[in-house]
Design a protein around this ligand. Structure first.
Ligand code: ZN
Length: 283
């Protein structure tokens, strides 16, 4: 009877408690409420421990030295991992480029789909009507040609914005340092497209050509009449060199001008739904 009794209660006494999963990190010793949380936590200590270092990154003298074979294996494993990472990064780069391109296409498409965005003049027509005067040419000799070109563009932008004329250049916060141009694209079709340094170079060179015309027609105006003939001749050559300077075709200058125009003209993109990704990068 007694035996029977004890064999009856025994299973109760020895029943194993419900298994409590270990949710403490072996490396940083932090405790988590669920196994999933433990698995997902980004352990700051683990990489150091796995690398045989102290948690603060200093060498750990207690670690047994690797044998040559272990070293060889470790290096091979690392090389493989680096190669795999390289491939992954390249793939992500590619995807990012495609995404940016898609984003750019969306902006261009939205502009071209909206008749209210069509300016009265293409970029070439707008440039052609900018006023270029003798005083603009004088700035070439006070400063230099590229500063004088910039001044003509800035004055033109101010004039257009004061008279509420739609400028054939638009830029948006959503796409840093990108100018959208209305005009004849390389295919010959007139529409909005994303401009680059070559677009801006053409713009500058058409202003430079007008500077040269005005200068040639007014050569004597820029010469001090009190100079003797030889000095006058030298001065004319100096002036001509300044008028024909080509620094404005330099890609650094053009890129800088793009950034300055972007800063002057940037606004919110008017079609909120067609751009889902916000970009703040600088390229
Ligand atoms: Zn941890």
């Amino acid at each position: 009877m007694e035996q029977h009794y004890s064999s009856f209660i025994e299973p109760v006494a020895y029943s194993t408690p419900p298994v409590i999963p270990n949710t403490t990190c072996n490396f940083c010793k932090k405790r988590y409420t669920t196994e999933a949380q433990l698995k997902n936590h980004e352990c700051k200590i683990k990489p150091f421990i796995l690398a045989g270092l102290n948690p603060n990154g200093t060498p750990n003298p207690d670690n047994v030295r690797f044998t040559d074979t272990q070293k060889d294996n470790l290096i091979r494993k690392l090389l493989l991992e680096v190669a795999i990472l390289h491939k992954k990064v390249a793939k992500h780069d590619q995807e990012l480029k495609q995404l940016k391109r898609k984003h750019m296409m969306q902006i261009v498409r939205s502009l071209n789909n909206d008749p209210s965005q069509v300016p009265s003049k293409t970029l070439n027509q707008w440039i052609a009507q900018l006023s270029v005067s003798i005083s603009n040419v004088a700035l070439i000799f006070q400063k230099n040609l590229h500063e004088a070109i910039k001044q003509v563009i800035y004055d033109g932008l101010n004039m257009s914005s004061n008279s509420n004329v739609k400028i054939p250049i638009q830029c948006f916060y959503e796409k840093a340092n990108t100018l959208y141009i209305y005009g004849e694209e390389s295919s010959g079709i007139v529409k909005w497209y994303s401009g680059d340094t070559s677009t801006i170079r053409k713009l500058c060179s058409s202003i430079a050509t007008r500077f040269l015309q005005i200068y040639v027609e007014n050569e004597e105006y820029f010469i001090d009449p009190s100079l003797d003939p030889d000095e006058k001749q030298d001065k004319k050559i100096q002036n001509l060199n300044k008028v024909m300077d080509h620094y404005y075709t330099n890609s650094n200058f053009l890129q800088e001008l793009i950034v300055k125009l972007y800063d002057k003209l940037k606004e919110r993109f008017p079609y909120a739904d067609s751009t889902t990704t916000q970009e703040s990068d600088e390229d």
